[in-house]
Design a protein around this ligand. Structure first.
Ligand code: NDP
Length: 480
């Protein structure tokens, strides 16, 4: 049994409570490690260490900080196989996916922000003959970073990298469901030469550890990715304390397909967008809206492709879908499949739990599931399921599809397929989503603003926006 530890002041530290939580491999249903059940005492110790480390870290020349973060990036790359296996065992995702996407992206996050910080600039505003204003940006202090279980290391580093590059020190909490790669990152950060206290990682439960970070009086900025309900709870605590908040929350993303779209590419990408990572990516397209003349042809081709997807042991290359991340989430997805049936959905394929033979017999697996015949405003089409369940819906006119697409409380991402570029530009401005992909999905440039409208979030990550989030701005006005 592996016992994980917190990283506080550069040292592996047992939780103050002395208690541990079970960490389950969702592909086998077995407990394979123990996680510190930390509490406020551990968070306080981590914040103290981060506060002590802040003056030195923020005062380092940016080139030195950059070099240390590049060291860490190289170490993640060097340990790619080990981290990819750990991510797959912890989260349930196919090993080929963590090897080709999650861990390489963690490498890029550190590379990107280590070098972006070297190119950051500030603005000046001249008032003709009267005065000159310039903006000073200084690191804000100890940053709190809280991340979810779906893309564990990928999203953990997407927050930590800009915070550290901006000159902040960090107290971070990974999801209690997927703590393993965060723990390994802690070890690598020491090997990379990060001074003690610069990066602190406290494991444990959201309402205990997460809330202690959010409510800590000397953490002025919280960067959070997770569910919309948790985002609201965090805001209730952090809002009255006037903390800076960056919230990346849930989604219910549409894939909109016009009859003039490139058919083969659209089918292929719609399948990938619906079922990558078992549908557990906040950007997955779970409502597929198809122009009526194309509906039957698309439906037949889509369902045929989905039936070919294999579900099973995440360590076997042939499987395209692995396990659902936890038993609780597995039950939630199955309950949505039942809901879709009671709402009148017609099941086109999937719809059942899968029980593979061998070592994964007790794991949490669900078939990729496709429904049709549901109205755009039913619960199945309005609520985030966050699993391998999608609906197909026909539409007649551009106005109708915009209304259907915009009808949910969410506004994270949308993917639009058409060969009519005028229509694409026209619609891009009317779709209420922070990200609009046209004839593509999940094509990411780390310089672009990333985040959601409406209940999908507050603020944007990515590019200089994330670096600026972790700074305090001052305007200096000099009279001429
Ligand atoms: P949760 O909101 O349940 O948890 C996210 C993190 O917050 C976890 O570390 C969790 O800890 C912690 N947490 C839980 N309760 C509190 C609290 N009261 N105070 C502080 N922290 C708390 O989300 P999930 O982990 O279930 O992740 C899935 C959600 O994340 C989906 O809604 C998905 O759409 C969203 N997401 C959004 C993305 C975006 O970029 N917009 C990207 C990826 C996911 P613990 O695990 O211990 O409960």
């Amino acid at each position: 049994m592996i016992f994980l530890a917190n990283l506080i002041n550069g040292e592996s530290t047992a939780p103050a409570s002395g208690s541990y939580l079970d960490n389950i491999n969702p592909a086998t249903g077995e407990v394979y490690s123990k996680i510190p059940d930390s509490d406020e005492r551990d968070v306080n110790a981590a914040v103290d260490a981060a506060r002590k480390a802040f003056p030195t870290w923020s005062g380092l020349p940016k080139e030195k900080r950059s070099a240390l973060l590049l060291n860490l990036s190289s170490l993640i790359e060097k340990n790619l196989e080990r981290l990819a296996l750990a991510e797959s065992n912890d989260q349930g995702k196919p090993l080929w996916l963590s090897r080709s996407v999650d861990i390489p992206r963690a490498v890029s996050n550190f590379q990107f922000y280590a070098t972006a910080a070297l190119h950051a600039h500030t603005e000046a505003h001249a008032m003709e003959q009267t005065a000159i204003n310039y903006t000073l940006r200084t690191p804000i202090g100890v940053a709190g970073c809280i991340s979810p279980w779906n893309l564990p290391l990928y999203l953990f580093t997407w927050k930590i990298a800009p915070a550290l590059a901006a000159g902040c020190t960090v107290v971070a909490k990974p999801s209690e469901i997927t703590p393993m790669t965060a723990y390994l990152l802690g070890e690598l950060s020491i090997e990379a030469g990060l001074p003690p206290g610069v990066l602190n990682i406290v494991h444990g439960l959201g309402p205990k550890v997460g809330m202690s970070i959010v409510s800590h009086p000397t953490i002025p900025a919280i960067s959070f990715t997770g569910g919309t309900k948790t985002g609201a709870v965090i805001t209730q605590t952090a809002g009255p304390m006037f903390k800076k908040l960056s919230l990346e929350l849930g989604g219910k993303n549409p894939t909109i397909i016009f009859a003039d779209a490139d058919f083969d590419k659209t089918v292929q990408t719609a399948v990938r967008s619906a079922f990558s990572n078992q549908g557990e990516i906040c950007l997955c397209g779970s409502r597929i809206l198809i122009e009526r003349p194309l509906y039957e042809r698309f439906k037949n081709a889509f369902v045929e492709e989905v039936k070919k997807l294999r579900v099973g042991d995440p360590l076997e290359e042939k499987n395209w879908l692995g396990a659902i991340a936890s038993e609780q989430h597995f039950q939630k997805i199955l309950s949505y499949i039942e809901l879709a049936k009671t709402e009148g959905g017609i099941l086109l394929c999937g719809g059942k739990a899968v029980q593979p033979e061998g070592r994964c017999a007790n794991g949490y697996f669900i078939e990729p599931t496709v429904f049709e015949g549901l109205s755009y405003d039913c619960r199945t089409n309005q609520e985030e399921i966050f699993g391998p369940v999608v609906t197909l819906q026909p539409f007649d006119a551009e106005d109708d599809v915009i209304r259907y697409a915009n009808s949910t409380e969410y506004g994270l991402a949308c993917s639009l397929w058409t060969s009519d570029l005028s229509r694409a530009h026209r619609m891009a401005g009317q779709l209420e989503f922070g990200i609009v992909w046209i004839n593509c999905w999940l094509l990411r440039d780390l310089r672009t603003p990333f985040g959601g409208m409406k209940n999908s979030g507050v603020g944007r990550e990515g590019g200089f926006e994330a670096l600026n989030f972790f700074t305090e701005e001052r305007n200096v006005c000099i009279r001429i």
